[in-house]
Design a protein around this ligand. Structure first.
Ligand code: GLC
Length: 549
């Protein structure tokens, strides 16, 4: 039997080097600090890291405004530190995925500087220019309403005497990807990082990369061909390196990103993210069943499933009334919301810091089809800082211990790249790695067990998923079948305990103890099974091949 590709059953951990661990006391996390923490990540059990952009940048959008694709931001270390980090990660069997931000550059990138100042420069055509901006298109406004003045996507540049296009902030001019020279640049950038040992790229803003930039813009004849060409270049150089796309697109558009097994390997699962959050908010399995139903087949590709990432939690595609209910429960105050579509809180505060409920949420996530993603700090239930602007509320430094600055940095507070969460239930004196390490009942130790169990259950990542009918609306039960092996998972989304009947025959008389969780699954005489679940109770069960039909 062919081994399954590694990304189908990975556990991915997302972190931003600048907020993870500062080794030299200048207030900014760095690669040497990250190297020092690799044993922590190894013990946690994650198999891949996704690093947010670490390239030289004016840093006006958390590094998503790149001014040099071939370097490391000097605040974070050197290219040598990066290479050492990749080797150290590799020694521990941890893969490294890096962000590739090529929908746009920073306006301080030398390409843009030449493009704007010299109409004859070859770089002029690296960007998208018009003399008069076309009328606004309500479907294609700024991605950041409320943060970009007049919602505009065209900005006048005096030296060019023309308007350039940007779907994000005005300091992020979109690249003209219809220009073959720009595509060649991207292949070169990928080659460079693959040669340094990275295992894949997260393709930032993949959806916007393949959209026409404006009504009269030069169009890619076959937009997905751009993404396929990225895959071909990766394959040619590094057989098992992967591409992960950020494609927050309508569900019926998503399957196309997997192509014919020749395009993206992983897609961030925004569909299931919004529906899982809705199910947790409403304590009702219904939205989750709907979400699974809407999810296209991934074929030989895979979903990257998550509860939270470092952007807003986008619930904009949920039906309006459900969206309002989710806002009401998880972001009741206006200051917790953003862009009219998102929540800017972390998971733990959304779930009132209730450890049972947080565990339920993560157990559920890890049982869903796909490869799970953990946002740094969620393994200890870190909180957010709503006094920080926009999406930065969830980007506070990692809380390592109860020492000053949470052990993140020895710099004076005023020099920190972002303030540490100091007060309230999620302040670092209460929530930190050191305290949780020594407590066997902590969320951290629980998460470590969850990750280990998930890595023992390839049925979830590789198998087919089927929802099991129950008589309790708060109970979500499903089975994952793969290679004649089956794992059943049952989750009670509600705070009330219940006894649920599951429409599944186990063909055996005795109860099954969970592989993970606490409740036993008991076959009942008239067919099906019964399970008594505590409030927010859950269980995963492995059954043999001849059972479970
Ligand atoms: C992606 C990133 C986001 C960034 C944007 C512009 O959506 O996830 O953080 O602001 O791209 O690069």
């Amino acid at each position: 039997m062919e081994p399954e590709p590694w990304h189908k059953n990975a556990v991915v951990y997302a972190l931003d080097v600048e907020t993870f661990s500062d080794s030299d006391g200048n207030g900014v996390g760095d690669f040497r600090g990250l190297i020092d923490q690799l044993d922590y990540l190894n013990r946690l059990g994650v198999s891949a890291l996704w690093l947010l952009p670490f390239y030289p940048t004016p840093n006006r959008d958390n590094g998503y405004d790149v001014k040099d694709y071939y370097g490391v931001d000097p605040r974070l270390g050197t290219l040598g530190d990066f290479v050492e980090f990749v080797h150290e990660a590799d020694d521990r069997g941890i893969r490294v995925i890096v962000d590739l931000v090529v929908n746009h550059t920073s306006d301080q990138h030398p390409w843009f500087e030449q493009a704007r100042s010299d109409p004859d420069s070859k770089y002029r055509d690296y960007y998208v220019w018009v003399e008069e901006p076309p009328p606004p298109d309500p479907e294609r406004g700024t991605v950041f309403p409320g943060e970009v003045e007049d919602e505009r996507v065209w900005t006048y540049d005096t030296s060019a005497d023309a308007y350039y296009f940007h779907r994000f902030y005005p300091f992020q001019p979109d690249l003209n990807l219809a220009n073959p020279a720009v595509r060649e640049e991207i292949y070169k950038i990928m080659k460079f990082w693959l040669e340094l040992g990275v295992d894949g790229f997260r393709i930032d803003a993949a959806t916007l990369m393949i959209q026409p930039k404006h009504p009269d813009a030069e169009r890619l004849d076959d937009p997905h061909e751009l993404l396929r060409s990225l895959k071909r270049h990766v394959l040619a150089q590094e057989g098992d390196a992967i591409l992960l796309a950020e494609a927050d697109d309508a569900p019926d558009e998503l399957a196309s990103y997997f192509g014919d097994s020749d395009e993206m390997d992983l897609l961030m699962n925004f569909v299931l993210n919004a529906h899982t959050i809705a199910a947790l908010a409403m304590e009702d399995a219904g939205p989750l069943v709907t979400g699974l139903d809407r999810l296209p087949e991934a074929g030989s590709g895979q979903w990257l499933t998550f509860l939270r990432n470092y952007d807003e939690l986008n619930i904009g595609r949920l039906p309006a009334s459900l969206r309002e209910d989710v806002f009401e429960r998880f972001a009741p105050e206006e200051g917790m919301r953003i862009y009219g579509r998102g929540i800017r809180r972390r998971i733990a505060p959304m779930l009132d810091g209730d450890q049972d409920r947080i565990e339920l949420a993560y157990s559920l996530l890890f049982s869903l089809p796909g490869t799970p993603l953990v946002l740094y700090g969620d393994e200890i239930g870190m909180g957010d800082d709503l006094s920080r602007p926009g999406r930065t509320s969830v980007r506070t430094p990692m809380q390592w211990n109860d020492q000053p600055n949470a052990g993140f940095s020895s710099a004076p507070d005023a020099d920190l790249v972002a303030p540490v969460v100091t007060t309230g239930d999620f302040g670092y004196e209460r929530v930190n790695v050191a305290a949780q390490r020594s407590d066997p009942t902590s969320l951290l130790n629980w998460t470590q067990r969850l990750i280990a169990t998930r890595r023992e259950c390839p049925e979830i990542g590789n198998g087919t998923v089927e929802v099991i009918e129950t008589d309790e609306s708060s109970v979500f039960a499903h089975r994952c079948d793969w290679n004649e092996r089956t794992v059943f998972c049952v989750h009670n989304l509600a705070s009330e305990s219940c006894t649920a009947h599951l429409a599944v025959d186990l063909a055996r008389p005795d109860p099954i103890s969970p592989t993970f969780g606490t409740s036993q699954l008991s076959p009942v005489e008239d067919g099906g099974c019964e399970i008594a679940l505590d409030g927010y109770g859950y269980g995963w069960y492995r059954v043999d091949a001849d059972q479970g039909d």
